[in-house]
Design a protein around this ligand. Sequence first.
Ligand code: ARG
Length: 461
Amino acid sequence: MASANQKMWAGRFAKETDSRVNDFNSSIRFDSRMFRQDIAGSCAHAQMLGDCGIIEKSESAAIIAGLKGILADMESGKLVLNPEAEDIHMFVEAELTSRIGDAGKRLHTARSRNDQVALDLRLYLKDETKEILFLVRELITTIADLAEQHTRTVMPGYTHLQRAQPITFAHHLMAYANMLLRDLQRLEDANKRMDFMPLGSGALAATTYPINRKQVCDLLGFADITQNSLDGVSDRDFAIELTSAISILMMHLSRFSEEIILWCSWEFKFVELDDAYATGSSIMPQKKNPDVTELIRGKAGRVYGDLQTLLVMMKGLPLAYNKDMQEDKEAVFDAVDTVKLCLSTFIPMLATMRVLPENMRAAAARGFINATDCADYLVKKGLPFRDAYKITGQLVALCIEKNCTLETLPLAEYQALSAEFAEDVYKAISLEECVLQRKAEGGPAPESVEKQIAYIRTAIA
Ligand code: ARG
């Protein structure tokens, strides 16, 4: 293969590249992960060049056979990367030529690395998006399965992290399922705009050869071809959109993680992580720490950094390709790797997490979370809501003073504030009843949450 000092573009130059510039310029360290996509793109391109009569059919066949050999040898580890190569595109082409001779030198006809890298990145990210979609579906299913077991597990719902109104654990879980469903839709939507084939854009101004872009598009399984050669090589929206969708997904995972961190604390003790998904302390023998969730919360910030990198990298670039764009890969790859790592750890952690319904129920019993229901009781007896609200506030103050709950406050105390109160108030404010009555669509009543679960299961099918 060509040595690092004999550049493919050496003709124009009188001097060799400074070794520091070589290192600085090289992207093979991080773009080699696209070798499968690079080879697939080159095979389709060679096929098309042969079919269009731009190169000989025999040359096209030799190129494809050579590329397949390179692919097999890279998969098996027989062919190792040359770290001196400028990038994966140069490496594969040089290796091909060293294997098959002159025909290899014809592969780059009607092509530039600018449209080649745009193609590789789209192909690579399409594959990654598929994997992320798979994991998000799996997480939604895990949540729905868990929710199914807890449609009657009463827990306090919070606002301002203060106990607010009674809900069930299933209802709380299904909130996350809905966030993740939107993530799924955003990823699918990003995928639609990624699904355009840029090859044929050339360096920037397409090509004078009679190429068949549609054929390459079909061979590689894209929905359509890009419509403008300048845009074809300089668009990175697809990477930004994907990283943006991943950022929102990470924000959801981070919020869920934050809640699990709280729930694991002795202050809540709503759940306990399986030993396989928790960690200990080097000094405190009693500790069982939720490191996985803390790392996910931390890594969300890192992914937002990736998104920021991409946006800032692109904002000042004149058309068309600029080398700045080589910086896209480490950022988007990091976002993709990170979210996959987080999802694939979070899913089994959640599936094995022990739920402690008694502790949720005990927390629900304190904090007057049935106060709204008490006020609603009076409203149903004919009082205006504001009056009912005020009376209930006085009842809560009385309970705090007497250190009791609305459930244990004697009926006489109720009746002293409103004659409308009768024995049936205790049923109306029982937490189980409060949940059962919240059966409006989207509410926490078991029948409503069962519908939510069925809806989600169909939506992701
Ligand atoms: N390694 C380059 C990148 O990742 C490939 C494109 C190089 N194009 C060029 N004109 N130098 O962007």
